[in-house]
Ligand binder design. Structure first.
Ligand code: FES
Ligand SMILES: [Fe+2]
Length: 355
């Protein structure tokens, strides 16, 4: 299915409501975690494009249109056969570039059907599968968002999935507006943010808030402040949030970093991955231990902040979906905004959608 607002770059989207804008397809989007793609094909969706991911016998990820050209059923119901993906219905097999490569019942006088389906540039990096849904000749010119902490032995990761029935702009605005900490109360690591500086260019909006944080991981027991409010002591800490189109990055002081990798599924659905990193930088003795042991610690503590992160996501999703519902019921109703960061965010969404 095509979004008609995306059809022609020359078409003006000037009057399109922010909640109905398309996306810039010429970007890398995260569609799955690496661990989600094992021995079975996986169906994913990005901006109404149905895509099947499969890992071939050499462990390489491929991405094809999720459609068998024979009878238009989903290839994701099929199986992997070596380098190929085999359709469940009549067993036609397709290669990594979407060509029909084998049909078992092909008669001696028949040729393989010339029925190529679309393949997508795909990469596996930092624990995620990234797809470039736009003009594939541009894929290599565009960088993936880098997550150096994913591999770094000093960082403990937790991943939460955000599934919301809402336009992606609601999610990005939620992430860029730190005044919504009101919603999270005890669940979040900072308090009393005040927007300080705002910077924007055609790829990025960065908002720097001055905030207070209780979060400081410098003793082995520091982590207990996450769970016991009485152990928390607030100190001033800068809180920086950036919309690095189409994803989001935030840092709070030195020990805390969160990424949100966004996959807009349709005009009213968004999937995203929230990745929280806690640093162990303060534990300098740890750095002298053998690498295998440090990796063991990193892997064992993976997901340490899961409950906290899932709790935050639940609260946010409820609000975001209500915003979408209110918009669908009455798109004319006027909202009021005090945070100037959101003006910049909307400007970036619009200019990228128009590209
Ligand atoms: S529908 Fe896929 S092989 Fe027939
Ligand atoms: Fe939130």
């Amino acid at each position: 299915m095509q979004n008609n607002r995306l059809k022609s770059p020359s078409q003006s989207t000037e009057k399109t409501h922010i909640r109905q804008l398309g996306i810039n397809l010429n970007q890398w989007y995260t569609v799955a975690r690496s661990t989600e793609v094992q021995t079975q094909p996986l169906a994913v969706k990005i901006w109404n494009l149905a895509i099947v991911l499969f890992r071939n016998s050499a462990d390489k990820i491929n991405a094809l249109e999720d459609r068998c050209p024979h009878r238009q059923v989903k290839l994701s119901h099929g199986k992997i056969k070596g380098e190929l993906i085999e359709c469940a219905y009549h067993g036609w097999r397709f290669n990594a570039i979407g060509e029909c490569a084998e049909v078992d019942y092909l008669a001696a006088n028949q040729k393989l059907p010339n029925c190529k389906i679309r393949s997508f540039p795909v990469k596996e990096k930092s624990g995620f599968i990234w797809i470039f849904p736009g003009d594939e000749t541009k894929a290599e010119q565009i960088d993936l968002l880098s997550l150096p902490e994913w591999e770094h032995l000093n960082y403990i990761a937790t991943v939460a999935v955000i599934e919301c029935q809402a336009h992606y702009s609601f999610l990005i605005e939620n992430l860029m507006d730190m005044y919504h900490g009101h919603l999270h109360e005890d669940l979040q690591a900072w308090a009393n943010p005040v927007l300080d500086t705002l910077a924007e260019d055609e790829h990025k909006v960065t908002a720097l808030y001055q905030a207070e944080s209780y979060y400081k991981i410098d003793k082995i027991w520091s982590v207990s402040q996450l769970f016991f409010k009485s152990l928390r002591q607030l100190h001033p800490e800068p809180l920086e949030v950036s919309y690095v189109y189409p994803h989001w990055v935030s840092t709070l002081g030195n020990d805390f970093k969160i990424y949100c990798l966004v996959c807009p599924v349709s005009e009213t659905a968004t999937r995203a991955y929230l990745i929280h990193f806690t640093s162990l930088n303060a534990f300098w003795r740890l750095h002298k231990l053998p690498v295998w042991f440090r990796r063991f610690i990193k892997d064992s503590l993976f997901g340490a902040a899961q409950k906290l992160l899932d709790g935050l996501v639940r609260q946010d999703v409820l609000m975001i979906e209500e915003e979408q519902q209110a918009f669908l019921q009455n798109s004319e109703i006027k909202s009021y905004e005090l945070n100037r960061a959101l003006v910049s965010v909307q400007r970036l969404i619009r200019s990228q959608a128009e590209k």
